[in-house]
Design a protein around this ligand. Structure first.
Ligand SMILES: Cc1ncc(COP(=O)(O)O)c(C=O)c1O
Length: 349
């Protein structure tokens, strides 16, 4: 069947969308006059206290430019000499950061096989035998991703169990939260849920994503004080992630955290993924699982895949299985979802 007109937006990535107008307004308001640079401004102080309130424990807050930089700064702040990092084979730090952690931290990543993208306490225990053996790099940090690179979620109990096991071996825990807002929106939708799945569960450092959730190049690293290095401010600068005009990132986080905008935009992305799933899940021949957050990973017959990608671009995921990724964003609308679903239905007819 002929494909209908393509939607007005893409379902390829939450990085394809622009920034929410409220963040653009916040940046414009922050653009007045001269203020102290490198974080000495009032907006940085305000955003930092909003994060401290959100975390419920004493944290150091470091704003950064991108998620890869956040991960490098967070890991560097947790690692000790001769330490290694335990993560899954799917971890963004392992496969999608062009080796940045290995290059800049000189660290070994133990990338354990996890078909569903989720680390378990058993993975950690299986590597802990190296501790104390002078011939082995010392597993010092566990890194998990919430929501995962495969669009899944750790329950709060699962994160707590990972932290308990890691801490029992003296390891620290990093959480790559490029999509933490989507995870919080899916599992409770409030600040208490964020606290429960991070610092209350025992997580020691969070890379808190803003850009995928409607901000303009704004990310933050949240470090549990007393566990992470007290040199983290210097580490960030060495890692080239200290913004000179930090007020612009800070202004966006003030806007996000003051009245729950960060959860509103994430909930919209999640809801649109559900809508898309329900619109196409009955199509015979389409293999697709229900999304936990804002992404799904359908397997499409190769000819249909090509036809749809030519019509409205989206990324391949596992080309050996003709698997792709569809991802909604904070600004995906019902009309866009319905138009995309109509194209998928037509392609299969
Ligand atoms: C799980 C995860 N972590 C971190 C990032 C940050 O990446 P970037 O450096 O492109 O902001 C991404 C972006 O795709 C991601 O998916």
């Amino acid at each position: 069947m002929e494909l209908p007109p393509a939607p007005n937006s893409f379902f390829a990535s939450d990085n394809f969308s622009g920034a929410h107008p409220r963040y653009i307004d916040a940046i414009a308001r922050a653009n007045e006059g001269h203020v102290m640079a490198y974080g000495g401004d009032a907006l940085t102080k305000q955003a930092t206290s909003l994060f401290e309130e959100l975390c419920g424990v004493e944290v150091d807050v470091l704003f950064t430019f991108n998620g890869t930089g956040s991960n490098v700064v967070a890991l560097a702040s947790l690692l000790k000499p001769a330490d290694s990092v335990i993560c899954t084979n799917w971890a963004h730090i392992n496969v999608d950061e062009t080796g940045a952690p290995e290059k800049f931290l000189g660290v070994k990543l133990h990338d354990v096989d996890a078909a569903d993208g989720k680390l378990t306490p058993e993975h950690i225990t299986s590597l802990a035998g190296a501790i104390g053996n002078v011939h082995h790099v010392q597993p010092g940090v566990v890194s998990i991703t919430q929501a995962t690179e495969l669009g899944g979620l750790y329950s709060i109990e699962e994160i707590r169990a990972i932290c308990e096991t890691a801490h029992s071996f003296g390891m620290r825990v990093h959480l790559d939260g490029a999509r933490i807002s989507n995870a919080v929106a899916a599992l409770g939708g409030d600040a208490a849920t964020f606290r429960a799945m991070t610092f209350e569960a025992g997580v020691d450092a969070v890379s808190f994503g803003g850009t995928k959730n409607a901000m303009l190049g704004a990310e933050a690293v949240l470090l549990r004080r007393g566990v992470a290095s007290d040199r983290s401010a210097y580490i960030r600068k060495q890692a080239t992630q200290l913004p000179s005009k930090q007020r612009y990132a800070a202004a966006q986080f003030v806007e996000a955290l003051s009245d729950g905008l960060w959860l509103e935009t994430a909930a919209q992305a999640n809801a649109m993924a559900q809508r898309l799933f329900h619109a196409v899940s009955d199509i015979p021949g389409l293999e697709i699982g229900s999304p936990a957050v804002n992404s799904m990973y359908p397997v499409l017959p190769p000819d249909i895949k090509k036809k749809l990608q030519d019509w409205n671009f989206f990324w391949d995921w596992d080309i050996s299985r003709s698997q792709v990724r569809w991802m909604t964003s904070w600004d995906s609308t019902e009309a866009d979802v319905d138009a995309f679903a109509a194209g998928v239905i037509a392609a299969f007819s």
